[in-house]
Design a protein around this ligand. Sequence first.
Ligand SMILES: *Cc1c(COP(=O)(O)O)cnc(C)c1O
Length: 358
Amino acid sequence: MNTVDLRSDTVTQPTPAMREAMMAAPLGDDVFGDDPSVNALQEKIAALTGKEAALFMSSGTQSNLCGMMAHCGRGDEYIVGQNAHTYRYEGGGAAVLGSIQPQPLAQDPQGLMNPSDVRAAIKPDDPHFARTRLLCLENTWNGHPMPAAYLDEMAELARGHGLALHLDGARVFNAAVADAGPGGDVVAALRAITGRFDSVSVCFSKGLGAPVGSALCGPRELIERARRWRKMVGGGLRQAGLLAAAASHALDHHVNRLADDHALAQRLAQGLAAIEGLAVRSAQTNIVFVDVANGRGPDLLAHLERQGVLATGLIGLRFVTHLGVDVAGIDRALAAVRGFFDQAPSGQAPRPSGAAVY
Ligand SMILES: *Cc1c(COP(=O)(O)O)cnc(C)c1O
């Protein structure tokens, strides 16, 4: 029985066509700047996001780090959501490696910061304070596309205070597909998002289905600064065109199909919402969060795993759809969840103490 792996959209395998594109890619040494496949990818993603230049990166973490270090120097500060990836899930790299002070702020359940909190956090020019330089947003956030009005407000706020604006757009293509709606212009929706930001980091290895890689997009001068940091953190890859070709293939073939992932997430969310004991939190793009009553989340996760259905449980149960799952897989996941709640609770083995934090 195949596993239905809904832990993340990072678990996809390259499709046969993607592997063919990788095999056929012309290669060079990218540290010398002469890998044609890397250069083609960088031009493609820069054009798509409407930026002057782009730089292929090993990971989203590396891309955000080099972006933040290109924007900020030692003793500068970036404002960021308390639960944002760049603050919470990247090992504190901006502070550790960049000497950039984070100023984390509370976010509402949709991931939005309060503009008045942001305004109040911007430090005056005074030697007591770090220099506030950068505002960092994330779209999608936990599967939520950011509302246009919020992005506008934040962009205006940043501009009004001389702050640069960086987007952690690991899943910005999911946001663009959701914003565009059925039959809409995804590239126009993408540029409507990215146009508000000075720099944007995009992941190819999430819903787009490439095995490795991200890109930092922005003004040429910023990208050249980021290139120095990328070399320093070990991201100067040589015949990286092998990987860039996969990302290029993903941009050509896997963008519009993200709508399929969103539809699968909807199907899953609707099925889960009908099950007593579960509260579904979000399913606007490809991520579904579920709260499980009575602290039974870890038991449900373990049950699912025994049924060959994988999810994660860091902040509520999380299911992520991607090109490696189909309707049958979603229906199997739903059946496995129903099976858990159909069992008599007394039939459950007691939960061992000291198990994973959840
Ligand atoms: C996945 C992700 C990243 C980057 O992750 P890597 O695993 O380093 O590629 C950054 N931001 C968000 C929101 C992400 O989901």
